[in-house]
Design a protein around this ligand. Sequence first.
Ligand SMILES: C[S@@+](CC[C@H](N)C(=O)[O-])C[C@H]1O[C@@H](n2cnc3c(N)ncnc32)[C@H](O)[C@@H]1O
Length: 370
Amino acid sequence: MNQNVAQSEGITMSGGGLYSLATVGAKHVIDAATPLVLNAIAELSDQRLEVGVTITDMGCADGGTSLSMIDAAIVAIRKRSSDTPITIVYADQPRNDFNALITNVHGLGPFDSWLSKHENVFPMASGTSFYRQILPDETVDIGFSATAMHWLSNKICNISKHVQAVGAEGEERRKFSDQAHSDWRQILMHRAKELHSGGKLVLINFCTDEQGRYLGNTGGVNMFDNFNRIWMSFLEQNKITQGEYENMTLPQYYNTVEEFSAPFSGEHEEVYNAGLRLDSIETRVVRCPFAVDFESHGDAEKFSRAYLPTIRSWNESIYFNGLSADRPHEERSRLIEDYYETYRKQVQSSPEGHGMDYVHAYTVISKINS
Ligand SMILES: C[S@@+](CC[C@H](N)C(=O)[O-])C[C@H]1O[C@@H](n2cnc3c(N)ncnc32)[C@H](O)[C@@H]1O
């Protein structure tokens, strides 16, 4: 197996359907992106629409957060064609909890699904990473992805004094940005093949915005600095080793608008030559729903207990695997509980400024008619 793909497959969101329950903020982000998907559908040619429409949701996790968006997309297609077949391809890396996905899409979980409301719509699941081609050449009309493509194909190195590239310096930072540069192009080249001419990509990705803001860093407590501080304190207390501390590096990168836009800048770029064009890119902040709720209920403990699961849903697997495999499983579990409880108690004792505001680039890309 390709080494790069193997790295990315080590990332898993909370399973058992917990992901979507814990991450209502990610649903707000997808809801905010839905008009872009509807515009993309409006721009599909009549000819394409009559043959059948294929939509992908890449990095779908358990599919719960995109159910409303997919429903709205189907309604928009149905307004243009009452019976054209519609295929929805849910794709994620192979270790994703696909049982939870199937449960949600088939309406057997906690959410209403679009499936029972529409005829001639076919959900499919693929365990193929977006670092590979997921579908055959020229078979996709709308490629969608939200909050997923910041996961790099490969952890190029450990960061010696932080847990995320936002806190990396010098050579370590350069290695991460180089990796992100080539990963973004690799993702786009695969999508260029899958898309029909005239097809669209709506890609909603974590970014570093024009004001230097990024996930969990919009003015209050810097969430990533806090992750780092707590692991650093565990190291100082000899709860973990230096090697384990360094293993906590998250294989992620938050591109700027310039970095996202560069592959479309002209014929010196293979993405451009493959026919992809950047229609629009804008950054937006979606407030952390748990911090917003806290502003009205004012109960710090309630806030801390609601907020921590959303953080945990996406970084627990990395941190757990960062602990030495020589430790018994229970010991690793205890350390992980200790870590999140330390964070939670901080939020409870001084809640002001905590929160995971989402900072995304909303990108629409076309494949030109050839
Ligand atoms: C934060 S979740 C986002 C889920 C959903 N799209 C949303 O916005 O709520 C990130 C998802 O990206 C997936 N992912 C990470 N690397 C991936 C890859 N190389 N290929 C496909 N999915 C990947 C993870 O497994 C996870 O399900």
